[in-house]
Ligand binder design. Sequence first.
Ligand code: C2E
Ligand code: MG
Ligand code: MG
Ligand code: MG
Length: 283
Amino acid sequence: AAMYQAKETGKNSVCFYTPDINDRLTHYQDITTLLRRAIASDTLQLYFQPQIDLVNGGMDSCEALLRCFNEHGQAVSPADFIPVAEKSGLIHRIGNWVIEAACRQLKAWQGTALGHMRIDINLSGRQLNNPRLADEILETLQRHGLTTSQLGLELTENEVFGSDNGQIRQLERLKRSGVHISIDDFGTGYSSLVYLRKLPVCSIKIDRSFLHHAMSNDSDMAIMKAMITVGHTLGLTVVVEGVETEEQDILVKNLGCDLAQGFLYATPRPAAQMPAFLAELNA
Ligand code: C2E
Ligand code: MG
Ligand code: MG
Ligand code: MG
């Protein structure tokens, strides 16, 4: 808890034990306990959200989104528990669980209509601190008899751009081996476009905040157009996050985005619901 607080407040600030800080510490401890229990009882779960090909309307791939359930069976948002997992160090065990679970799912889908599907998992930058991460991912794929191109990794801009040479080399090795690499929440970090060219990346996923504002805000629209142009100029696949309405679907098609993801097409769902979704989409 002390470490959590120190990191939260930064070195130049003075700490006061206000009720607010106590609330946050309790929250931190509650979530840590919840995560430990979920790991021990193996109750973490992956949900899947389709990524739609805007040209042919088919399902290109899907993103795996982690779910952790509290004692009332309610899902706790990864937006709340991933930061706690990172601070407590549990992210390594959780991250390994996600890699394993995604591969297990791909294996289970083999020989079905979803047999050639790619699953993109979210990777925390902390996981790249493990110098054996690339080896472990490739070993897991091999152990399950999967092709490397069936797995994708999503990292946010700051996680990729903040990486040191060793971490970049791991990503390069994974990409060379055929693993798909995407920059998540693109546009919200501090990336330099020059640097983007040098990074081992296959896709950019434009953060949903741009799309949500593009309809009413000219500069967000202009930024979105510029990101799409830059992505395509660098030979990257451009994915747009957060499509919720028909108007947004029409807009992203007109702007020339390649793939889209959002509640309009499908909300994240358990693996068991994916075959029916695909059948309906293709009908
Ligand atoms: P993300 O990777 O950007 O994932 C997309 C988030 O947007 C998901 O939230 C998804 O449910 C939500 N979303 C999808 N379509 C729409 C839409 O049309 N409208 C809106 N408003 N939201 C939409 P979720 O599942 O709560 O995940 C939140 C974040 O938690 C993810 O953002 C990702 O950064 C992180 N996360 C999720 N699973 C994992 C994981 O296994 N490992 C790590 N390290 N992080 C994860
Ligand atoms: Mg993601
Ligand atoms: Mg995202
Ligand atoms: Mg996002």
